[in-house]
Design a protein. Structure first.
Length: 237
């Protein structure tokens, strides 16, 4: 495929598979969830947010040049903070705090759905074990994230009286961070996927990432919406 055709194929995966289309997301941003269901979403999503720096650190260690490592290191600071300015993980804990969840309980991970743990661990393992090109391609779900963030924030502020702009402070920086991340990752993938085989590997990596994000919402819907089959040990509103 030409670079333009390849990028179009990558973006088409988001059109089909990104979790902006998931019924749980529609319930969330349309104000159709109870507070306990929103708490369950935030608690489970914390594990994904907290695992992103570990994923990025494993990828950073494999990058061959200082220039590439400096670029990817910025992602670690975006999520872990720099010791002065809080990062995304800390801002997500502001969300769980604001929803009334005990922080020690959230960070203990005791209330996670098993499917959340399996999906997130699979993503970290994928980035650690697959080729560098596939690992970077899997990050390209960020191409689609600004739309879901805008829907989520505006919908939650409009529909839930138990959230505020401060509670949702995680999301605003991501509206500028994600496009910056995409500029680098998409450019890298388009340059280095220089055979049809490599392009297909990148497309498969992005499908895998979309599928595991979808699977996390499947698990939330099954446990907390319908038929409310909460596994033993998982959070109970």
């Amino acid at each position: 495929m030409s670079p333009e055709e390849f990028e179009a194929a990558l973006r088409a995966i988001g059109d089909e598979r990104y979790h902006i289309h998931h019924p749980f997301h529609h319930l969330l941003h349309n104000g159709k969830l109870e507070k306990g269901q929103v708490q369950a979403w935030a608690l489970n999503r914390y594990y994904y947010q907290a695992s992103i720096p570990a994923k990025d650190a494993s990828l950073l260690a494999r990058l061959p040049t200082p220039e590439l490592r400096r670029e990817w290191r910025r992602r670690l600071e975006d999520h872990d903070g720099d010791g002065v300015k809080p990062g995304g993980v800390e801002r997500w804990l502001k969300l769980t705090d604001g929803l009334g969840l005990d922080r020690d309980y959230v960070t203990s991970l005791r209330g996670l759905l098993p499917a959340t743990r399996f999906a997130v661990d699979a993503y970290v393992r994928f980035v650690r074990e697959m080729s560098l090109l596939e690992a970077i391609a899997s990050s390209l779900t960020e191409m689609f994230s600004p739309n879901i963030i805008q829907q989520r924030v505006s919908g939650m502020l409009r529909n839930y009286d138990f959230v505020s702009e401060e509670t949702l402070s995680y999301f605003k920086p991501r509206l500028t961070q994600a496009p910056q991340d995409v500029d680098f990752a998409l450019g890298y993938v388009k340059r280095h996927a220089d055979t049809r085989e490599k392009q297909e590997q990148c497309l498969a990596a992005l499908r895998f990432k979309c599928d595991l994000l979808w699977a996390q919402l499947d698990a939330l819907h099954l446990a907390y919406v319908e038929p409310r089959l909460i596994p033993p040990g998982a959070f109970r509103p």
